[in-house]
Design a protein around this ligand. Sequence first.
Ligand code: GLC
Length: 723
Amino acid sequence: MKRKSQLLILFAIVLNIYSQQIPAYLNSEINIDERIEDALSRMTLEEKVAMCHAQSRFSSPGVPRLGIPELWLADGPNGVREEIVWDDWITAKQTNDSCTAFPVLTSLAATWNPDLAYEYGKALGEEARYREKDVILGPGVNIYRTPLNGRNFEYMGEDPYLASKLCVPYIKGVQTNGVAACIKHFAANNQEINRNSINVNISNRALHEIYFPAFKAAVQEGKVWTLMGAYNKLNGQFSCHNNFLLNKVLKEKWQFDGVVISDWGGTHNTAEAAENGLDLEMGSHVTVVAPFTPGVYNSFYLANEYLKGIKDKKYSEEKLNDKVRRLLKLNFRTAMNINKPFGSINTTEHSQVALSIAEESIVLLKNENSILPLDFNTIKTVAVIGDNATRSFSKGGGSAGVKAKYEVTPLAGIKTNFPKSVEILYAQGYNDKSSSLKAELLKESLDIAKRADVVIFIGGLNKNANQECEGKDRASYDLPYAQEFLISEIKNVNKNIVFVNISGSGVAMPWVNNVKGALQAWYMGSEAGNAIAKVLTGQVNPSGKLPFSVPFKLEDCGAHSFDSLAYPGNSTDVYYKEDILVGYRWFDTKKIPVNFSFGHGLSYSTFEYGKIKANKTLLQRGDSINISLSIKNNSSVLGSEVVQLYIRDLKSTFIRPYKELKSFHKIKLAPGKSESVDFSISESDLQFYNDIDNKFEAENGEFEVLIGSSSNNIRQKIKFKLQ
Ligand code: GLC
């Protein structure tokens, strides 16, 4: 016993000596800010400047001399991108970098399920950690201002509240793995046309009420560790070094303590990059065709020119130190985080997460005569028609594309999940080579449609150029490749058509009266086909709700109701003339009917909404109103409903949208069961941004709570007064 205690004492002494020897910045027992100061004090000016810009396409240097590792970044929001070569956009052709392809973020938004958003982030973060990435470049939360934006599929729809409620848990899930999430693209990158140079002219009110909230929630609630600047200018200055956006709003007002990363090539000059809040410059100069040019990274704006400027006292060294403090903090949170897990990749758990999100994201748009779920007592032959039935969507579409370990296509999912007794026929119907139909493709389709009891048409967009991909906007709101014509021809031989629209944004649907059933599916990744098939058979009861409105025609949209300066702008500027009236805020206020509304989604169940009960109808400032109502599943199948709460300001000095989403609950109910759903309304839910006094405020007066199963299907209302 004596010997053992002697050994323990000896060990304690050694440990004590050791702990006093290791430098503070390497001692994880010490407060992170002290570690940062210690590291900073040991760094040379050259090492500090080097840390502020890339050393390769997707990495930035640490300080080898001090044992501070480099940081590795990877796309993207719905999966960990394959390895790219050191200094070009081409694949490294590795064989060990396939990943789970998760559904795109619009798909996640359509679930209206914050718990799933957390699972999503956690699984993605595990794959990023396993691949030794310190930053995953997502989520994207740019608002869906126009259906034509090429990257809508990467974002979370038209409503800032929905995007806020889903990006926060996603970020938390990612960051539990010691991997930084990266909220992007800040701000107002809502189109791809001229994205690298266009100057977005936008009001302070529209920024604070529509375009900022998801970013603010990511910072203040999600505690996101990095943020990516947008390519475009905002009110005259490039977003990646925009003093108003990055210094005034993000770092001073919102107290962001993380790292601002430029979009790749989004940095344009040293003076602004030095002073306006950019911390890490990525992707400048290095063009697609330029293979590794020795020293190319020294030509970055925050490289040699910046170093010289610091030495000449042209730029503030204190601002440089602020950048480096943030970068060191990011490093301690990720690469140097000794508690970070090992991660995991391509696991069955991740596949299950991908499947659950996909299943809950599918939106049942229409279900005439309950054609869905398919009744296999009467359906013996199914004709599957459409090029999208056999397509994989995980790759392509730009930086969010991934090399999926596997992807179940819709046709494969149907073959797997439909009863073995059902005969499944397939015809491509159309292809992406021409905008008119090939005679033989048409004939093949009609031949199988004639033989079938039901036609499952699987069409939509396909992430090709102008069909939703980065760098380009859609050429039209219509379905491409003459799909509408094909549907009308099919209807002449078989009226039992179910349309599965695969896309990341709304499309014109003049044909929707020609089909009995319609589903909005998404680019849903590895488990896409299984999710679609399970909704068609009824193994899954659809519960998705649209995260954006689907107008009858493009011209009905706010962004398309003015001149071309409102969209896509001229060669230099675009003006957000619809201001705060984006999406349903526009259609409601202007009383424009839409084909399918924001928040719309049917179910195989039906839900009854009880009367609203409120504990008061006079709201004092600083107080809250508790509202509850019972929701009953009066069907024979288990189902989930998203109960949405909107607020309307009945009288206001400033123009306000007719109503705005301020809360929602997704509830699962067994057949015949009912549940009380509770909401709490306080003054902050009633506010608008007064851009004369530059603050959020709510005016006294009468308001209305509107509760419904979609923005257009309000089931209960109640009025109250703010005093
Ligand atoms: C791209 C995208 C951005 C992506 C980055 C790296 O241009 O705008 O979202 O993360 O560059 O690929």
